[in-house]
Design a protein around this ligand. Structure first.
Ligand code: NAD
Length: 491
């Protein structure tokens, strides 16, 4: 596949409301560009509040007429499985469009974005017939039981780094629970969300149940967050936006929120680890998806005695990394998402230097040949990083690794927990007791022992501290989309 071939798969650039692609109410639009080439791909509507109203009204109507929630569970299960099949049928199209709008390699789009998205639908299809209440032993002559009911109209606001996958992390459990949804994708990457909505309709999801509104966060996103007829917002994105969602909820209808936010994740290397495996995992832990990953291993904590040896190997690997055309099968890293993100990354590289960390490789914009039209960055490694430096505290969301030395278990745990974040973490050691002690001490939603980036639809994902609250994936995500009703029967 080439970028030119990929362009034939671009979807109609319109909102998807009440079962069809529709124009925006105002004439304004948002240009969608390929960050790897700068080329204009298409323009989508820049939603005004009226568009959000239309989408919420369609979702509300479908919720109240029970078109979806009232359907037989086995029928809903079949439809969600069908969505997965249709995504599989269109896997190359989805991955092609994902790579075009995001700049990630086609291979990553296929394997790490669309593929897990397909599995989300399969996994939550399996839950449709298993979401049920309990009978509760209560005092007195009563029968008490609980019902798990869909929360209502769910708004989903998602970022640009894994557009397909994260959209499915919200859509699939919300649908399994019987909710109706309005999805607002990132203004940078709205296209695969529109394709997903079309596939849901093709699979038999009734009209009005899945709606997609394209627009900016400050306007369309805010309108959704403040809407009096939206019962819940499922969000993945930055802490800054999370604060404004909390405020919007407080100032509107106290809609419930689940927030998946950023990370500054510690990847802890003890001297006795399997060296080669840990080097490889540290490499992909930071450079997968060009470092634009909330779970990236952006803080590499290395025990003193192996620090230099570990870093040398990692530098050699980073220097050999092939950065380039996302559709070239030999490319290992594509283009950053936007000029703003590129500037942010390069700004952090400057900050690291100014604070006295040593830049050992990369960290420059890569403008070789055709890359001059894109937003490519050479993979960077800083050593001599102190835990309080900006590059060790703030999420960069790019291919910049901060390596920090530590002496012992105590110091490693303190450094690991010493940020406002708590999304994921990893520990590498052959000492099973040490591994489990660290796992219990780390304040993070996931701990990976002798592995990195373990993800599965069945295993929940989310943060501690300012990395957010609520969980995506697994059975825990179902709690985000259901209410518990307690029913009393006098006997
Ligand atoms: P962002 O918060 O700027 O945007 C995310 C979404 O929120 C977009 O759709 C955007 O349009 C919308 N938005 C922005 N301002 C809004 C507002 N005032 N009201 C309502 N919606 C608004 O984040 P981003 O730059 O798209 O994504 C990068 C961030 O996402 C990083 O901080 C990263 O760590 C985080 N992230 C977290 C996870 C996770 O699962 N924890 C996964 C991926 C990304």
């Amino acid at each position: 596949m080439t970028a030119t071939e990929a362009k034939q798969f671009l979807p109609p650039a319109r909102h998807f409301i009440n079962g069809k692609a529709v124009e925006g109410s105002g004439g304004a639009s948002i240009e969608i560009r390929n960050p790897a080439t700068g080329e204009l791909l298409t323009s989508v509507p820049d939603a005004a509040a009226e568009d959000v109203d239309r989408a919420v009204a369609a979702a509300r109507q479908s919720f109240e007429n029970r078109a979806w929630r009232g359907m037989d569970p086995s029928a809903k299960e079949r439809i969600l499985l069908r969505v997965a099949e249709l995504m599989e049928r269109d896997i190359e199209k989805l991955a092609a469009v994902e790579s075009l709008e995001n700049g990630k390699t086609f291979r990553e789009a296929l394997r790490a974005d669309v593929n897990p998205g397909i599995d989300s639908f399969r996994y939550y299809a399996g839950w449709v017939r298993r979401i049920y209440g309990e009978t509760v032993p209560v005092d007195g002559p009563f029968l008490n039981y609980t019902l798990r009911e869909p929360v209502g109209v769910a708004g989903a606001i998602v970022p640009w780094n894994y557009p397909t996958c994260i959209a499915t992390w919200k859509l699939a459990p919300a649908l399994a629970c019987g909710c109706s949804i309005v999805l607002k994708p990132s203004e940078l990457t709205p296209l695969t969300a529109l394709m997903l909505a079309e596939l849901c309709a093709e699979a038999g999801v009734p009209e009005g149940v899945v709606n997609v509104v394209t627009g900016y966060g400050a306007t369309a996103g805010d309108a959704l967050a403040r809407h009096m007829d939206v019962d819940k917002i499922a969000f993945t994105g930055s802490i800054r936006t999370a604060r404004s969602l909390l405020k919007a909820s407080a100032e509107s209808n106290l809609k419930r929120l689940s927030l998946e936010l950023g990370g500054k994740n510690p990847n802890i290397i003890f001297a006795d680890c399997d060296f080669d495996e840990a080097v490889d995992a540290a490499f992909w832990g930071i450079y997968a998806n060009k470092g634009e990953v909330c779970s990236s291993g952006s803080r590499l904590l290395i025990q003193d005695s192996v620090h230099d040896q570990f870093i040398e190997k990692l530098i050699a690997r980073a220097k050999a990394m092939k950065v380039g055309d996302p559709f070239d099968p030999s490319s290992e890293m594509g283009s950053q998402i936007s000029k703003a993100q590129l500037d942010r990354i390069l700004g952090y590289v400057d900050a690291g230097r100014r604070e006295g960390a040593e830049l050992r490789c990369g960290g420059q914009r890569d403008t070789e040949g055709a890359k001059a039209n894109g937003l490519f960055v050479q993979p960077a490694i800083f050593t001599g990083v102190k835990p309080q430096m900006k590059i060790a505290q703030e999420e960069i969301f790019g291919p910049v690794l901060a390596a920090i030395r530590f002496r012992d278990e105590e110091e490693a745990a303190q450094i690991a927990n010493g940020t406002i974040y708590g999304l994921v973490s990893a520990v590498w050691t052959r000492d099973i007791r040490l591994a489990h002690r660290i796992a219990s001490r780390i304040k993070a939603g996931s701990v990976w022992i002798n592995t990195y980036n373990g993800f599965d639809s069945a295993s929940s994902f989310g943060g501690y501290k300012q990395s957010g609250f609520g969980r995506d994936l697994g059975a825990h995500a179902l709690e985000q989309y259901t209410n518990v009703k307690s029913v009393w029967v006098g006997l």
